[in-house]
Design a protein around this ligand. Structure first.
Ligand code: B4P
Length: 191
């Protein structure tokens, strides 16, 4: 199995790059952001709860997100591997992910960290807000709050995997295809 975490601040290109990588390596794409937006669209109780956090740029509670991941893994028992996009976002989520994967006698191979400066992130997200109308991308205050939550709560996930010798930094500024090539170069070394 090949299990990769695509990591980085909001707007660093995780979702964008995941699309290319899942096709190339035939992996299952698990984006907690997408899963939560589907719940919101379907107006489920989980979605209604999640929306109140996401609209403010806050993280959705760990237990909600971990439950979603657990069932996604259960539903894909014969997968060749997974690309985790936007998950884990806290150390508690990382510990839970390691536990869930160890039950399946597998583990994370590498965390690929897309590095992008803050002003570029804000520019990209405001543009997506204009193009897609995504609520959390339309307000610069909410975007800046997401970045600050990322620094306070999510960045330490990179250290958690660094201690396991599984962290690789990747330049996240450049054309989408240039960045895909860098990611592919690193992933090919793992196989
Ligand atoms: P996500 O959906 O994960 O949102 P994101 O971090 O903004 O997305 P991403 O980083 O994938 O976007 P991309 O750069 O590809 O999360 C949304 C919210 O859900 C969170 O704030 C939180 O509330 C909640 N949530 C999700 N997961 C959670 C968890 N595990 N725990 C708790 N809460 C959770 O795209 C950004 C834009 O940049 C796009 O328009 C794209 O076209 C553009 N772009 C990408 N690459 C580019 C490049 N190289 N050059 C120029 N533009 C580029």
């Amino acid at each position: 199995m090949l299990n990769i975490i695509l990591f980085g601040p909001p707007g660093s290109g995780k979702g964008t790059q995941a699309q290319t990588l899942v096709e190339r390596y035939e992996l299952i794409h698990i984006s907690t952001g997408d899963l939560l937006r589907q719940e919101i669209k379907a107006e489920t109780p989980l979605g209604l709860e999640a929306k109140s956090f996401m609209d403010k740029g806050l993280l959705v509670p760990d237990e909600v997100v971990i439950g979603m991941i657990s069932s996604k893994l259960e539903n894909n028992l014969d997968a060749k591997g997974f690309i985790f996009d936007g998950f884990p976002r806290t150390v508690a989520q990382a510990e839970a992910l390691d536990r869930l994967l160890s039950f399946k006698e597998t583990q994370i191979d590498q965390l690929l960290f897309l590095e992008v400066d803050e002003e570029e992130l804000v520019k990209r997200l405001l543009k997506r807000g204009e193009d897609s109308g995504r609520a959390d991308d339309r307000d610069e205050k909410v975007i800046r709050n997401r970045i600050s939550v990322y620094k306070k709560e999510t960045l330490q996930v990179a250290n958690y995997y660094k201690e396991q010798g599984k962290l690789t930094y990747v330049e996240g500024v450049g054309s989408i295809s240039q960045i895909s090539n860098l990611l592919i170069h690193h992933i090919d070394k793992l196989r």
